[in-house]
Design a protein around this ligand. Structure first.
Ligand SMILES: [Zn+2]
Length: 282
């Protein structure tokens, strides 16, 4: 069975891929996906192709890190002017729609994370959504693409708590310096990338950038971006996705996603959780 789209939620995914093995014989399901495109499409379906930006607080001071130091007061005025777009001014109906969209978006992210996962047994991941308390997680199936990849590439199961804490610190410092935070920028800072964009945007001036060390594992960008997505799903990081028309003549909606900060007590709660991931050590 071949799918060229991503499902709206994991239950949907299980139902669809289950069709392939309905006769009890072994079967294969393949999903072609694109994180950005499928997020836009599926979120568009949930939002019934209407703009969502009206609910979002859109900063006007994109990457104005240096200007922040020079024009502190104009920044302050911009900040105050932006406040009326905050969620407090929503009607009940708008608030209800926002909650529905947030829940739907969370489910889309769960499916995308499932697609992005590279080494955890697919069967085990799916079963976690259906197990009752006290049920045992099944053993790895050793047949799915991830099981076969894990056996072949031999990654190690590592406690990544330090990397998780570092990612949270990056977001915290970017937030307190009023950066518009994208996943890509957080990953670049995490990997200590020395690109023109990082230098010119002022990100290289952050303490977390200067004190950070280059990750000691293979494919650091991929791993950092996966952990970030996991942190969003596990409710440690707040993220906002907006659908909007990029110009008055635009025919289709565009989507943009920004990280808006840490969830309250994120840095305390993170210490109590488990952060093991399959990675390749350098
Ligand atoms: Zn498996």
């Amino acid at each position: 069975m071949i799918f060229d789209f991503v499902f709206l939620h994991v239950a949907n995914l299980v139902q669809q891929i289950g069709r392939a093995g309905r006769d009890g014989n072994e079967a294969k399901s393949v999903i072609f996906y694109s994180i950005k495109k499928d997020l836009r499409t599926n979120f568009g379906i949930l939002a019934e192709n209407h703009e969502t930006q009206v609910f979002n607080y859109t900063p006007l001071y994109h990457n104005y890190y240096y200007l922040f130091n020079i024009f502190f007061f104009s920044y302050l005025i911009l900040f105050i002017l932006n406040r009326p777009f905050n969620t407090q001014n929503m009607t009940d109906q708008e608030h209800k729609r926002k909650c529905q969209l947030d829940t739907g978006l969370h489910k889309i992210h769960e499916v995308l994370l499932f697609c992005r996962n590279q080494y955890d047994c697919r069967n085990q991941i799916i079963s976690c959504y259906y197990l009752w308390n006290g049920d045992n997680v099944p053993s790895p199936c050793l047949k799915c693409d991830n099981c076969r990849k894990r056996i072949k590439e031999k990654p190690t199961y590592e406690n990544c708590i330090d990397d998780v804490c570092h990612l949270l610190e990056i977001i915290e410092e970017m937030n307190s310096n009023n950066f518009e935070i994208t996943e890509d920028d957080v990953v670049e800072v995490f990997c200590k990338s020395n690109t023109k964009k990082i230098r010119e945007s002022g990100l290289a001036e952050l303490e977390v950038y200067k004190s950070g060390r280059k990750p000691k594992f293979g494919k650091p960008k991929e791993v950092a971006s996966y952990i970030l997505a996991d942190l969003v799903i596990r409710n440690y990081i707040q993220q906002k996705t907006s659908l909007y028309y990029s110009s008055p003549n635009a025919q289709t909606l565009s989507a943009s996603t920004f990280i808006t900060g840490l969830v309250v007590e994120a840095k305390v709660r993170v210490m109590l959780d488990s952060w093991y991931y399959w990675i390749h050590k350098k």
